[in-house]
Design a binder for this molecule. Structure first.
Ligand SMILES: Cc1cc2nc3c(=O)[nH]c(=O)nc-3n(C[C@H](O)[C@H](O)[C@H](O)COP(=O)(O)O)c2cc1C
Ligand SMILES: Nc1ncnc2c1ncn2[C@@H]1O[C@H](COP(=O)(O)OP(=O)(O)O)[C@@H](O)[C@H]1O
Length: 297
């Protein structure tokens, strides 16, 4: 896959172009890219995906995001996209007129465009389908439906708030993941018999709330484990924490990158009475997490 951040970097020649933020690269996005890919094959043209980082709504509305840049690149590559144009969505880009954006598409020699139903573009979201059609024939892919509802990034965001990682898995077609570097906590976990690596994710990365069975990728390999995402009411914590305890592991993880896959939700956060109760609860969580990991094999 050729990765570029400026339309000028694209190789010359006609192309099929799919446009969107594609946050999450969920089943709906995958469906759209599939259709675009089929058409590109039929026409013997390369497929270029024109997308933004961060997703436009993250920049304009301060919303959290589902997939970070590295995840998005990996997923686009796995989907077999030939050219990924990922432009930085910043104040300058947000101010660009629709004509400038249409100029990009002409420069890319787009022969056929693919967009989702609700796609808008240019300063103030002024541009719409009728404008795109001035550049090239445009296929509008209706939102894919699953379980009677459209598959949308906004629905996935809601489900994450509820910690419903099983439903999120169904909409993404894969488990939800998050990655980050291990930082220091209060050094309390080890005294309870459950050391927990505190993972620092990008500030706007969305995390599911609650307690989960997880699979973790580290420099040492793959581990089963259990994760906590919450404010730690038991110690009157102030900030959101994302912590994982790895089973069958002991060693130093500080400064390492961990990739976490959310397998199953175990329970909601509890205002436990104190550290003794927390310790007993962590033992029960470990049992439940091991059982969930076993079931999901
Ligand atoms: C599986 C798991 C479940 C947890 N459940 C709760 C909980 O219900 N309530 C809570 O306040 N903290 C909970 N925690 C967070 C602990 O309070 C935290 O791990 C402990 O304070 C140690 O923090 P440290 O890593 O800063 O040393 C949980 C942690 C894990 C790993
Ligand atoms: N099985 C394990 N799971 C998670 N972290 C572990 C494990 N064994 C050792 N560690 C180390 O212990 C640290 C967590 O211990 P903890 O007492 O909770 O300290 P902190 O409050 O700094 O997170 C991790 O960052 C990691 O370096």
């Amino acid at each position: 896959m050729l990765l570029i951040n400026d339309p000028e970097g694209a190789p010359p020649g006609p192309k099929v172009v799919a446009i969107g933020s594609f946050d999450g690269l969920h089943l709906g996005h995958q469906h759209l890219l599939h259709l675009a890919q089929q058409e590109a094959h039929t026409r013997h043209l390369p497929l270029l995906v024109y997308t933004f980082d961060p997703p436009s709504k993250v920049f304009t509305k301060g919303e959290g995001f589902l997939t970070d840049l590295a995840e998005k690149i990996e997923l686009l590559r796995a989907l077999g996209v030939e050219i990924a144009l990922i432009v930085p969505f910043n104040a300058t880009f947000a101010q660009r007129s629709q004509e400038e954006f249409l100029g990009d598409l002409r420069g890319l020699e787009a022969q056929l465009l693919f967009v989702g139903e609700d796609f808008r573009f240019g300063k103030g979201r002024a541009g719409g389908l009728e404008d795109l059609r001035r550049v090239a024939p445009t296929q509008v892919v209706p939102l894919l439906e699953l379980e009677g509802q459209p598959v949308k990034s906004s629905r996935i965001r809601e489900l994450l708030k509820e910690g419903d990682v099983a439903a999120v898995h169904r909409l993404l077609g894969r488990p939800y993941t998050a990655r980050g570097i291990v930082g220091e906590g209060d050094k309390l976990g080890r005294t309870l018999g459950f050391p927990t690596a505190n993972i620092e994710v990008a500030p706007l990365k969305l995390l599911p709330m609650g307690i989960f069975a997880v699979r973790v990728r580290s420099l040492h390999g793959q581990h089963g484990g259990m994760a906590y995402v919450g404010y730690r009411p038991v110690v009157a914590g102030q900030s959101l924490r994302f912590e994982v305890h790895l089973f069958e592991f002991s060693g130093d993880l500080y400064g390492e990158e961990l990739g976490v896959e959310f397998v199953a939700r175990l329970r909601q956060d509890l205002p436990l009475s104190g550290l003794e109760e927390l310790k007993a609860q962590l033992s029960r969580d470990a049992q439940a997490a091991r059982a969930a990991l076993e079931r999901s094999r």
